[in-house]
Design a binder for this molecule. Structure first.
Ligand code: GLY
Length: 398
C-alpha cells in the first residue's frame, strides 16, 4: 500500500491510500480515503481520453444531498445523464440492464464516454455490466457506497445480474469480467449506512482474513478481530486501513487469476468464494432470518456469507482439513462483528444442499467448495462427501 497526496478530502488529518490493481485486462487503482468523492469530477477529468459525457448510475438509497451535489459538480465539466436504481436481488435483472442501456442510448453516449456507478454491490454489478455491454464496452468508474462493496465487490471486475427461472433466482448467472478504470472508496459514505448493512460488509473482511496467508497478509484476521470495537464507531482511519488491506488481498488474487480459471489445486480467484456456495443458497431462501424476528428475513448477502463461513469451517473440520475448534473461532469473531451466527427458519440441510448444487460454480455437475485447510489459508475441494456438507449446514441451525 502506498500513501498518496490528499485530494479535496473533508478530513484533513486522515491519509488516503492507493492500491494498484494489475489484472491482465486493465491496470487501475483504488483510492480509499475520507471525502474523496468531492473530487470525482477532477478524477474523471484526468481520464485519457477524456470523456465528454458521463452516465451516472445512482443507488436511490444514497441521500440526495450527497448524490445531487456530486452530480452537480460533474455537470460543470461534462454532459451528465443518469439512471436511478432501487437495489434489490429481484431488480438485479436483465430488464434493469435493458432500461439503463436505453437511458444511455437516449443520452447519446459514445465509445469514449463513461459510466459512473455510485452505490452498493448490486448497483456496481449492474452498472459495470451495463458498461461492458453498451457498444461492446465503455469505461466505468466505481464509487462504492457500502462497506461490502468497498472491501470486495467494487474491485476485480465481476459484473452482472441474476436470472429468474420460474420460482428460482439464479444469482449472478449472467455477466462479464469488465474491470473499472478507477475505484474511489470514500468512507464518508459509510456514515449514511444503517447498522445492519454496515456490519454485513465485515463478513467479507473476515473471509479475506481466512485466506490472507495466500495473499501476503497472514495478519489480516487477527488485526481485524482486534479493531472490531473501533470499527463499531466507524472510525475513518481504521476503516481506510481495513478497506485498503482487503482490496490488497483481492488485488493479489485477481492479479494472477482474473477470470477464475486456475485449477482446483492452485485455488486462484475461486478462493474468494469461501463461504459463498453455502451463503448463496441460504440467501435465496426468502424465509431465512438472522434472528427469531421473522420480519428481518431475507438475509443480506454479507449475513449469508457469514453463515456460509461457519458452514465452510465446520465442513473443513469434519473432513479433517483443519483441527477442531476453527468453526467456533470463526463463529466467535463473526458474532463479535455483530453478524448472525445462526440462521432462523432454515429448511432441511438436504434442501439447502440441493440449492448449492444449482450454484454456477459446480463443475461436471459436482459441487466445488472452498474450505479452510490451514492457518489463514483455504483449498478448493471438488465433490466433497454429502454427509459432511449436510452436517456442516447443521452448524448454523437454530
Ligand atoms: N467476490 C468474489 C470475486 O470477486 O471473485
Amino acid at each position: 500500500m502506498k500513501s498518496c497526496k490528499r485530494m479535496d478530502s473533508s478530513a484533513p488529518n486522515i491519509r488516503t491510500i492507493t492500491v494498484p490493481l494489475e489484472p491482465p485486462s486493465r491496470r487501475y487503482s483504488a483510492m480509499i480515503g475520507s471525502g474523496l468523492l468531492g473530487a470525482l469530477a477532477a478524477y474523471v477529468d484526468r481520464l485519457q481520453p477524456r470523456p465528454s459525457r458521463v452516465h451516472a448510475i445512482v443507488d436511490e438509497g444514497i441521500p440526495s444531498v450527497v448524490a445531487d451535489d456530486r452530480l452537480e459538480r460533474l455537470r460543470h465539466s461534462f454532459v451528465v445523464s443518469s439512471s436511478t436504481l432501487q437495489p434489490s436481488e429481484e431488480g438485479k435483472s436483465l430488464q434493469t440492464v435493458q432500461a439503463m442501456l436505453v437511458d444511455m442510448t437516449r443520452a447519446n453516449l459514445e465509445r469514449g464516454d463513461l459510466v459512473v456507478a455510485l452505490g452498493g454491490g448490486i448497483v456496481g454489478d449492474l452498472a459495470g455490466f451495463t458498461a461492458a455491454s453498451y457498444k461492446r464496452g465503455i469505461r466505468w468508474v466505481n464509487c462504492p457506497s457500502t462497506l461490502l462493496s468497498m472491501v470486495d465487490a467494487s474491485v476485480g471486475g465481476k459484473t452482472g445480474c441474476n436470472l429468474r427461472i420460474g420460482n428460482s433466482l439464479k444469482k449472478n448467472m449472467v455477466g462479464a469480467f469488465w474491470q473499472p478504470s478507477h475505484v474511489l472508496a470514500d468512507v464518508e459514505l459509510l456514515r449514511w449506512l444503517d447498522e445492519r448493512t454496515y456490519r454485513a460488509g465485515l463478513a467479507e473482511c473476515i473471509k479475506h482474513g481466512l485466506i490472507g496467508a495466500q495473499a501476503g497478509d497472514d495478519e489480516l484476521l487477527p488485526w481485524t478481530a482486534g479493531v472490531l470495537d473501533r470499527l463499531s464507531t466507524r472510525d475513518s482511519a481504521v476503516l481506510i486501513e481495513l478497506i485498503a488491506r482487503n482490496i490488497q488481498v483481492k488485488a493479489k488474487i485477481v492479479g494472477t487469476d482474473e477470470r477464475e480459471e486456475a485449477a482446483n489445486a492452485a485455488g486462484g480467484r475461486a478462493l474468494l468464494n469461501l463461504g459463498h456456495t453455502f451463503g448463496h443458497a441460504i440467501e435465496t431462501l426468502p424465509q431465512v432470518s438472522p434472528t427469531s424476528v421473522k420480519e428481518l428475513a431475507p438475509l443480506q448477502h454479507g449475513e449469508a456469507v457469514a453463515l456460509g463461513l461457519i458452514c465452510a469451517a465446520r465442513c473443513a473440520e469434519l473432513l479433517k482439513l483443519v483441527g477442531t475448534g476453527l468453526c467456533e473461532r470463526v463463529r466467535h469473531v463473526l458474532g463479535h462483528a455483530g453478524l448472525p451466527v445462526i440462521a432462523h427458519n432454515l429448511p432441511t440441510s438436504a434442501e439447502v444442499l440441493e440449492l448449492m448444487q444449482g450454484d454456477k460454480k459446480t463443475s461436471g455437475g459436482k459441487l466445488r467448495l472452498v474450505l479452510p485447510s490451514g492457518e489463514h489459508q483455504c483449498s478448493v475441494i471438488a465433490d466433497p462427501p454429502r454427509h459432511a456438507v449436510l452436517e456442516a449446514i447443521d452448524a448454523i441451525r437454530a
